[in-house]
Design a protein around this ligand. Structure first.
Ligand code: HEC
Ligand code: HEC
Length: 384
């Protein structure tokens, strides 16, 4: 297959599209959206869905691909490093066999030394390389001795503004709650710039309270990421993928037109810390915590109060997959400050969307957000 297109799709759609294509390949068919009966059906287990799962037995099937993405990111490799294309169940490649042993080792380390808490992951040792380094590296640069330095100066921990104040300042900075709630729809047209510098036209439709659709016009057809208010989905020509529980939670936040107002209610606890400099701006870092869930990290411009960075995590049985969105080029429209550029980054891929045209409070048909039916069997694209 055309690896440039493959790369493009990866970059454009991130890990979710990859998951979609791969699952389709692994099962030898497209994954048709299954209407979950009355919501509460027990999820299928990995070993029921896949052919050769041994170390990860007992986890929900929908967590296999995210766990694989975590492994690939931790070792800095592609799926093909361990897998034979289109036959993911095969154990023909040695690294796959080693990786299976490593999963067992990682679980044993945590069980025996960390009371079963997932403290050590693949990344702890591998740090983005297939071959972990065991000997300290001699560096030409002066080492940073952070701990020693702060105890030397004996400076008291800096005092930060309370989280509530920073979240309120954010709402005020974008124009206030009233201006925000007056916007009920938004249509943005612009350009998507993927890794490698490819450009594609993109349209983003948002409708209050939680509907969102982004259409990327790629060379081989439209790639869509959408959330209809309840369920998220992804599609490429000939394939539709309904989002998993974790993907849905993330998509809901992305789709929330009133996120600046809602964020306070989404987390039980907030913590404030110093954030790193972003694009030359000093920031405060506000971390939202919910029991048993990965945190959400929000970086606010110290001066303007605007949101500059947003980091969320997808939980997997092996570790967390990070997604970072950087917001820039805030401009005013209908009394509201809106970022006209954002960059979405995940380990190994990144793309930027630059908005060129924006309209608000224009009619957007609800039907737009509804997932298309799965294509009939005969018309499915072969897994490439
Ligand atoms: C470092 C090696 C490694 C990498 C990289 C890797 N995998 Fe895996 N994969 C495994 C191992 C090991 C298993 C079996 C796990 C088990 O036994 O529970 C597996 C199992 C699978 C399965 C289940 C196949 C079946 O039918 O039994 C799928 C699907 C899969 N991987 C997809 C992926 C995808 C997609 C990627 C890239 C994002 C990927 N893998 C990257 C090691 C790897
Ligand atoms: C405690 C440290 C540690 C952890 C945790 C760990 N590894 Fe490793 N891994 C190693 C070391 C060390 C080697 C190199 C062994 C060698 O050089 O022969 C290695 C080698 C490997 C290799 C073989 C690489 C190659 O092709 O030569 C794979 C694949 C691998 N690890 C996968 C994983 C996966 C997947 C995880 C998480 C489930 C993981 N490892 C967790 C230490 C670790």
């Amino acid at each position: 297959m055309n690896s440039c297109v493959w790369k493009g799709w990866l970059s454009v759609c991130g890990t979710s599209l990859l998951a979609l294509l791969v699952i389709a390949g692994a099962r030898g068919q497209s994954a048709p959206p299954k209407a979950s009966p009355e919501g509460g059906a027990t999820p299928k287990l990995a070993e029921q869905e896949y052919k050769n799962v041994q170390a990860l037995k007992g986890i929900p099937a929908e967590q296999i691909i995210p766990a694989m993405q975590f492994i690939a990111a931790s070792l800095g490799v592609e799926c093909e490093y361990c897998h034979v294309p289109r036959a993911f169940e095969k154990d023909d490649k040695k690294p796959k066999v080693t990786a299976r042993k490593m999963i067992g080792m990682m679980m044993a380390i945590n069980k025996e030394n960390f009371e079963g808490h997932r403290e050590v992951t693949c990344y702890s040792c591998h740090r983005g390389s297939a071959n972990p380094v065991a000997t300290p590296i001699i560096s030409a640069e002066e080492p940073k001795r952070e701990a020693a330095e702060s105890s030397k100066t004996g400076e008291p921990k800096p005092v930060f503004p309370p989280a509530d104040q920073l979240l309120d300042k954010y709402v005020a900075a974008i124009g206030g709650a009233d201006a925000l709630q007056k916007v009920t729809s938004r249509v943005q047209k612009g350009t998507l710039i993927a890794f490698g510098g490819q450009h594609f036209p993109v349209d983003v439709y948002s409708k209050a309270p939680e509907k969102r659709l982004s259409v990327m016009h790629l060379s081989n057809g439209d790639s869509i990421t959408a959330f209809d208010g309840k369920q998220g989905w992804l599609s490429v020509p000939g394939r539709v993928h309904m989002m998993s529980t974790t993907e849905n939670a993330a998509a809901r936040i992305d789709a929330d037109l009133y996120f600046p107002l809602h964020v306070k209610t989404l987390y039980e606890k907030f913590q404030v810390d110093a954030g790193e400099k972003i694009d030359g701006h000093d920031t405060y870092l506000v971390v939202g915590h919910n029991e048993g869930q990965p945190p959400l990290r929000l970086y606010f411009d110290k001066e303007s109060g605007l949101l500059l960075r947003f980091v969320r995590y997808g939980e997997t049985p092996l570790g967390r997959n990070p997604t970072q969105i950087d917001y820039a080029d805030y401009r005013e429209a209908n009394g509201l400050k809106i970022p006209f550029r954002w960059t979405l980054s995940r380990p190994g891929n990144q793309f930027t969307i630059q908005v060129e045209q924006l309209q608000q409070n224009v009619p957007v048909d609800d039907a737009k957000f509804v997932a298309p039916p799965p294509p009939p069997a005969g018309q499915r694209r072969p897994a490439s």
